[in-house]
Every structure is written in C-alpha cells, then in structure tokens.
Design a protein around this ligand. Structure first.
Ligand SMILES: Nc1ncnc2c1ncn2[C@@H]1O[C@H](COP(=O)(O)OP(=O)(O)OP(=O)(O)O)[C@@H](O)[C@H]1O
Length: 273
C-alpha cells in the first residue's frame, strides 16, 4: 500500500491536518503511528482504512478486505451482538451457518459470549469494544487498522488482540495501529512513523541499516502459570525468563511466545551486536 503526497484538511479555509504524507506499507508489516494529541493520527487511520478520502494526493494498493476498529464503536444498530456479527459474516459472503459459527467464535475469543444476546446499544464500553474487535477479525482482513482499539478491553481481551495482530501479520496482512501505551506490542518487529506538523516521518531506530548490525536478540518474558520455558531459556533475575536467540530467529520465537495459549508476556527485547 502506497501513500503519495497525501493531504487532508476539513474545509477549504481550515488548516491542513496532514500534508505531503508519503509512506509504503508492505504486506505482513506491523506499522505503529505515533504523534501528539490532535496531530492527525485518527485522520490518517481513517484515510488508510478508506472510510475517508484525502483532500489531495493518493493512496494505492489497498488490500481488498479492510477492517477498522475505532476507539469508540458506534453501536447504534438494533441488533444483538451475535446477530450483528452474523449479519456481517453474511455480508462478507459466508453462509448463514458459517457466519453464525464465526460470530459465536469471535465473541468467545474475546470473552464476550455472555453478551451474545444483548442488544448492541445496551453493551458496556468494554463489551462493545470486544464486538468491534471481533467484527474486524471476521473477514481475515488484508489490512487491519486499529485506532486505540485496546482501550476499554480487559487484560485477557487485550492479550487476545495482541495475538490476533500477530496472526494477521504472519498471514501476510498489514496491521496499522495507534496506541497511547508505548509498550503496546513491544517486542514485535514494527515500522514506526511519527506525525509531526502534519507530515509523517519514519522513526529511524528500526531502520534496516541498524538491524543488519544485530546478530542476536535477548528476550525477557514471563510465562503463564505452569508454562514450559522454551529451550535455552534461563531464569531472569526478578522473575520470568531470559532467552537469547539469533537475530534471524527472533521474529519466529516472539511470535511463538505471543501466540501460545495462554500467551507469554514480553517484558523486553534487547538487540545484541
Ligand atoms: N471530522 C472532522 N471535522 C473537522 N475537524 C476534524 C475532524 N476530525 C478531526 N478533525 C481535526 O483534525 C485535527 C486532528 O485530529 P485527529 O483526531 O486526526 O488527531 P489525533 O492525533 O488522532 O488526536 P488524539 O490523539 O487527540 O486522538 C484536530 O484538530 C481535529 O479537531
């Protein structure tokens, strides 16, 4: 997906929120967008998702299946959570039975089965956010756009969303996200961009030139109770494990830890020369 000279302003006399934005977001990439309050992060995510259009410039190569989770899910339809997700599954071309099965699975995955028969309008913020996330994953999107999507989720649902992100990128999808927590998805290899004065700058700490100098990666992680530490792990001072792996294997090892059920928590990832 490519952004070329993308600009957006909300009215001809209004200031530019974004201007001259250039970016290439390859398949399988995890992309973090940072920036100050009101800097245009949500605006950029809406443009990426295709629910808003640039005032100037263009966005090309967007995946055919796109899913978007806003910070606040506008649950206005007169449907229950299950009926809503089943309906969306059918919109995506699933049979009724398959759509109902995936809808129920999605609710269960995020710990919201108890609310399957609750009308959307009666769901709490956290529960409706679970429905929003479940709907985004229904169609196995090639582009997943998450705007503070973790906000309001409980800890198990947040971990499940981390896992879903890992699965999406592993399947070749692009995931673009904004989150106020700098530790969100820490440890996963990502491309970071920062919005400053309306333009998008790559954050260079992750630039390939730096990465090629890394020969090994030390991972500090804490496993769920009763979990078996990966081979080669040693006890970390203060709890958890330390595991040093070759740089070429680090992505796979991190993915394995994050997608374990229940998942490991990644506390730190240190690149070793
Ligand atoms: N639909 C809209 N109509 C008019 N102005 C808008 C609209 N959406 C956003 N803006 C303005 O564009 C600017 C950027 O807003 P945006 O929500 O994209 O920033 P943000 O970086 O996501 O902010 P925050 O961190 O506070 O969520 C703000 O000045 C905001 O008031």
């Amino acid at each position: 997906m490519n952004l070329t000279g993308v600009g957006r302003r909300y009215g001809r006399r209004r200031p530019w929120v974004l201007r001259g934005v250039e970016a290439q977001l390859p398949p399988g990439a995890l992309v973090r967008i940072e920036g100050g309050n009101g800097g245009g992060k949500s605006t950029l995510l809406r443009l990426l998702a295709g629910i808003d259009t640039p005032t100037e410039g263009r966005i090309t190569g967007r995946a055919s299946r796109v899913a978007y989770v806003p910070e606040r899910f506008p649950a206005v339809l007169p449907l229950t959570a299950l009926a809503y997700l089943t309906h969306l599954g059918r919109v995506h071309g699933l049979t009724g039975a398959e759509a109902a099965r995936r809808a129920a699975d999605g609710l269960e995955r995020f710990g919201a089965s108890a609310y399957a028969r609750t009308p959307l309008a009666e769901l709490s913020k956290g529960s409706s956010q679970k429905v929003a996330v479940a709907q985004a994953l229904l169609a196995e999107p090639g582009l997943l756009v998450l705007d503070e999507a973790w906000t309001g989720l409980d800890a198990p649902a947040r971990a499940e969303l981390d896992r879903a992100v890992t699965e999406r990128t592993a399947a070749g999808g692009t995931v673009v996200f904004v989150d106020h927590d700098p530790a969100r998805l820490a440890g996963l290899p990502d491309a970071r961009y920062r919005l400053r004065d309306g333009s998008l700058e790559a954050v260079t700490a992750d630039a390939p030139a730096v990465r090629t100098a890394v020969s090994a990666v030390r991972i500090r992680a804490v496993g769920p109770p009763g979990s078996v530490p990966p081979q080669g792990a040693v006890a970390a001072p203060g709890g958890g494990i330390l595991l040093t792996v070759g740089a070429d294997r680090s992505d796979a090892v991190l993915r394995e830890l994050l997608t374990a059920r229940p998942p490991w928590r990644i506390r730190a990832v240190e690149e070793l020369p």
